[in-house]
Write a protein that binds this ligand. Sequence first.
Ligand SMILES: C[S@@+](CC[C@H](N)C(=O)[O-])C[C@H]1O[C@@H](n2cnc3c(N)ncnc32)[C@H](O)[C@@H]1O
Length: 522
Amino acid sequence: MADMQTSYEELPYSRTPFAATHPDTLATVALLHGLAAPPIKSCRVLELGCALGGNLVPMAAGLPEARFVGIDLSPRQIATAQELVDAVGLKNVELRALDILDVDRRFGTFDYILCHGVYAWVPSAVQDKIMRICGELLARNGVAYISYNTYPGFHIRAMVREMLAYHVARSGETQPQAQVRQGRGFLDFLNRFVRNPEGTYGLCLKEEIATLDDESDTYLFHEHLEEINSPLYFHEFAARAAAHGLQYLAEAQPWAVLAELPAPARQVLDHVAADRIAREQYLDFLGGRLFRRSLLCRAGSAVKSEPAAEVLRCLRATSLVRPTNAEPDLRSDAVEEFCTAKNVRLSTNSPPVKTMLTTLYRAWPRSLPVERLVASVREQLVGSGLPESEQSSERLTNALLHCYRARLVELHTFEPSFVLEISDRPLACPVARALVGSEKLVPNRRHCSVPLEELDRLLLPSLDGKHDQAALRQVLRDAVREGRLEREEGQPIPEGEALETLLTDTLEASLRRLAGSALLVY
Ligand SMILES: C[S@@+](CC[C@H](N)C(=O)[O-])C[C@H]1O[C@@H](n2cnc3c(N)ncnc32)[C@H](O)[C@@H]1O
């Protein structure tokens, strides 16, 4: 098994922005639970185990008045992250190749402390230090984010991990890539020849193998072939936090699985799990949870266990689903279908919910202030025959909260800076421009990873605010001449005026796609 000290030097981690770690998410959840978290525009953020800066750097680019400190044990990863900071010209990020064990009070205090994908993968002394750092360096009303593998769900994943460890150790391979190859070959063997594939064991195994098939080699290696991977129960995590003067606030993202817990289940929980920590633990038992993104704050802060609907009025909302009909019937009680990015489909016949989700979808990638959204939904339902009691502001706000808990919408404290209008000299997010040459997905201003079409990938480096549209058409013309740009299904590239029309249309479509992905800025 690999040694953490060197493994990230040999196989660096992926560069991913995690929206769940963004100070905006943390501040939103804090507000919903009654904690007045520090305003994010000028906040101070510490990320422990920031790897290649894929999370911290786009965050810093989007919040230029905030200050960011990132540390990681791996000098190679920190050097690569620093190259990105320099390429983008950011002045609000400090990166240090440092052991978490060496962080002390001289770092000062932070409004938000982020530790994603680290806690369960480090020795217990480092786990303890992570909690200590949060306990000592978190500012008043600050929020810490720690993600970790958790039981009972991880028991199933651990079964695969232990078999992989046995096989890879026997193979004698020592290099990460060779170990991954061995591991993938072994998973394929299991998948093809597991006895009784329809039995409990076979079904669990096959589901885990399918998940790993979709994951990168980097993930497979660092999740399953590293020496340390120590999941824990939620109640153990909460007790460790309490020992460092911290308390559980909430999860960074609601767990959609539990949005609709039936009344009899709630009654049992009320009986056996009156306190918050026990209740969360039983919910993990019910849902088979294997990963948590838990938020902590200082012990003693008064926090509400349930999110409060009245707070929504000062927040903004975005949609996580789209209607599958181009023109959904919003005002009648006809059933309409909505679809998530992962193609999960759900239906509703509720006019307020249909109207709310569709209005948010049409505003995407912009968010809408909740007050404006509620007013717009009420306006759209005028004359629909829906009783006033079912479209009151209070009712609509509660419905929106329900959608948030079911992960159909996201809530925010702020609107990131990006533009939808196409200027003559378009400017793309500098971090996306810097990464487009090396990454399949690039971070956008909503702190999400965005896939790009080949043409958009080709244009992005030139969207530097200096190339006007004529110069951008020239970029495309050169690409056509050099054979770097082809049309769909081998259609011939026209010449003369027809080519110019095609270039103009193609450029416009590409810029619209990039703007619609929150990738253009001013
Ligand atoms: C699984 S990666 C996660 C990286 C990043 N947070 C993400 O989720 O994309 C774990 C990171 O923690 C770093 N790390 C592990 N032990 C550490 C320690 N003691 N001090 C600082 N960083 C450490 C590793 O170098 C690695 O970059």
